[in-house]
Ligand binder design. Structure first.
Ligand code: MN
Ligand code: MN
Length: 319
């Protein structure tokens, strides 16, 4: 039996209690833990709207709805996984480099203990220190990025870090196996003609939203699997991959995106990859009527957990 699992919904209703993710126990004991939900309330990298610091809280709030069995992936999560809500990593509001140091330092022991991290942002700048901590443990890893933007800008106002730069810095710091990394969903107006080619020049495979519409979901899933192969991989999900009609609560929305259902389906398609961690970023609750973006993000995190449970289920069934 898993050591840690959510509160029983037949004993206390889902609207009651303190809102941890999925009503998991809030503990920082890493013994007997398979996965940890970890908040990263940092928006020091936001370039347009701010307020992503409130993302983790909002995602946790609606995650109380999530139930234990995933019928599409056919897995009952807590038969195979023990999970906790670790709480939030420390940040220094407004000081991005200090946030980076604190995030990487405090995340590393969790990864080093063999716990699978699922991080809730925060703006997308937080993925850089996450990758620093992961690479310290695993060496360079592959990246699958769902996003309307490549986030590979040279800089911002002459500075190296904001939420539009993390994957350029990650490539420069050799945190990534760029030859196995893929960015999908790019669309919308860009600062210069070369913006998409800049990501390709760094070595990333880039699949635009238009191409995804042409080839369809199953071909995209095949391309992701072919690109990543059996390398260790981190999955980062920027909620602006999804159309603002479905995910308005975000910092830099782009029209012409995907539906929540299409996005969730693509995440399920990652089944079989050698995942070492995931995040879901850029939820901005102030712009989120009806909590629909938070609900989407909580479901993305839920699919990540389900993928991990499925990995463990396969290992058990093979043994
Ligand atoms: Mn992004
Ligand atoms: Mn984006």
């Amino acid at each position: 039996m898993p050591k840690y699992k959510p509160v029983d919904p037949q004993e206390s209703p889902r609207f009651s209690g303190i809102k941890t993710f999925m009503r998991l126990p809030h503990v920082q004991d890493l013994d007997g833990v398979d996965f940890a939900i970890i908040g990263v309330p940092c928006d020091a990298g936001a370039s347009f709207r701010t307020g992503q610091r409130s993302g983790p809280e909002a995602i946790r709030n609606v995650s109380a709805l999530l139930r234990h069995h995933n019928p599409i992936l056919d897995v009952s999560i807590f038969e195979y996984c023990s999970g906790i809500d670790y709480g939030d990593l420390p940040v220094v509001p407004g000081y991005i480099e200090d946030c980076y140091d604190k995030i990487a330092e405090s995340l590393f022991p969790i990864i080093d203990a063999g716990v699978f991290p699922i991080l809730l942002g925060g703006d997308h700048s937080i993925t850089l220190p996450e990758l620093r901590a992961l690479a310290k443990k695993h060496g360079p890893i592959a990246l699958v990025q769902f996003d309307a933007h490549t986030d590979t800008a040279e800089g911002y106002f002459g500075r190296p870090h904001n939420h539009g730069t993390p994957f350029r810095r990650a490539a420069e710091e050799n945190l990534l196996l760029v030859d196995h990394s893929i960015q999908v969903g790019m669309r919308g107006s860009i600062f210069s003609k070369d913006a998409l080619n800049n990501a390709r020049d760094l070595g990333f495979e880039v699949v635009t939203a238009g191409e995804i519409r042409e080839i369809g979901a199953s071909k995209l899933t095949q391309r992701i699997h072919k690109r990543v192969g059996d390398t260790k991989v981190f999955v980062t999900f920027d909620v602006d991959f999804v159309d603002p009609a479905y995910a308005p609560g975000t910092g830099t929305p782009e029209v012409g995106g995907f539906t929540s259902g299409e996005a969730i389906n693509l995440v399920r398609g990652l089944d079989g990859l050698n995942l070492v961690g995931c995040d879901v970023v850029e939820v901005l609750p102030d712009y989120d009527p009806g909590q629909i973006t938070s609900l989407l993000a909580s479901n993305v995190a839920y699919e990540f957990i389900s993928l991990l449970a499925l990995q463990k289920k396969c290992i058990i069934e093979k043994a």
